[in-house]
Design a protein around this ligand. Structure first.
Ligand code: BV8
Ligand code: ZN
Length: 244
């Protein structure tokens, strides 16, 4: 049996699958991975600085514009065959009483636009801006607007709805992800370098519990050592092959 066939077999029979995705999931939709995210006018900036409270307080307009550009970029692309295969997997599983829960580190909405329900956006969303002071949520379209809009309620600044480096993950997102991982009998890890914590500790937890892990990534990652099966390929090419 090839690794692809073994993976397909595990996926077809798992009762409670968790799909754990990173930036590589969206690469074939044309969204650069986090580390490649700085092109054009952003190439002289460090994503770790732009994606941090220090970067925000240093220059709110610059950081807001970076996120608005990323939100507009996502709006201009489509989910890829990998996103679509995952959405189809969940529909097929539900028919015979099996569950597929998507946990993503990504801040785009491509899983949702492919038809998936996302159980947890661990690092927030480009499309959930909120007021920095009163936390009033604003519409997804507000994320696309520059210059930086002000809160209509308290007139303070809006901020992007993402989790910055040095910020705690949203309690409900972390709880939903932890519960899904605690209950799963298969984990599919797609398109993540496995560097960012505490998100990367979730595959670790599954591994400790003896849950089989399938990794889909053209390159080895920090999580490859945990993989039961490693499929060295891209999300859009590999997932349709292993999801019947
Ligand atoms: C926190 C939103 C408590 C913003 C993001 C423990 C140890 C070490 C460090 C820490 C630790 N605990 C906390 C830290 C600090 C930090 C951290 O992890 N730093 C890293 C750099 C070491 N973590 C935090 O700060 C977290 N908060 O822990 O709170 C706390 C509080 C105060 C003080 C201390 C602790 C918050 C982290 C959230 C950061 N926000 N996103 C934004 O997007 O602008 S994370 C951001 O980077 C992305 O969302 C994504 O999650 C991450 C990048 O990771 P990947 O998704 O894996 O993407 P990457 O580019 O790395 O890899 C892409 C992969 O895809 C590659 O493997 C590639 O081969 C593959 N690929 C490419 N093409 C394809 C493909 N795969 C498939 N198909 C393809 N076509
Ligand atoms: Zn406000």
């Amino acid at each position: 049996m090839t690794d692809t066939e073994r993976a397909a077999e595990l996926i077809a029979h798992a009762e409670r699958t968790v799909v754990f995705t990173g930036a590589g999931m969206s690469a074939e939709s044309g969204i650069p991975t986090f580390r490649d995210a700085l092109v054009g006018m952003w190439e002289n900036h460090d994503p770790m600085t732009l994606a941090s409270p220090e970067g925000w307080t240093a220059d709110r307009d610059l950081v807001w514009d970076w996120y608005a550009q990323r939100a507009n970029d996502v709006r201009r692309v489509d989910p890829n065959d990998g996103h679509i295969a995952l959405a189809q997997l969940a529909v097929a599983a539900r028919i015979d009483g099996r569950a597929v829960r998507v946990i993503t580190q990504n801040v785009d909405d491509l899983h949702e636009r492919a038809g998936s329900t996302v159980a947890s956006h661990l690092h927030g969303s480009l499309f959930a801006p909120r007021c920095e002071s009163c936390r009033r949520p604003e519409s997804a379209d507000t994320a696309l607007i520059t210059p930086r809009p002000m809160c209509p309620l308290c007139c303070d600044s809006l901020r992007p709805g993402v989790v910055w480096f040095g910020e705690l993950l949203p309690r409900d997102a972390w709880a939903a992800a932890s519960d899904a991982v605690a209950a799963c009998d298969l984990m599919i890890v797609i398109g993540t370098s496995g560097v960012v914590q505490p998100a990367a500790s979730l595959p670790e937890r599954a591994h400790v519990e003896g849950v089989p892990i399938i990794e889909v990534n053209p390159e080895p990652s920090e999580l490859t050592r945990l993989a039961t099966i490693r499929l060295a390929g891209s999300a859009a090419e590999t997932l349709p092959r292993v999801i019947g």
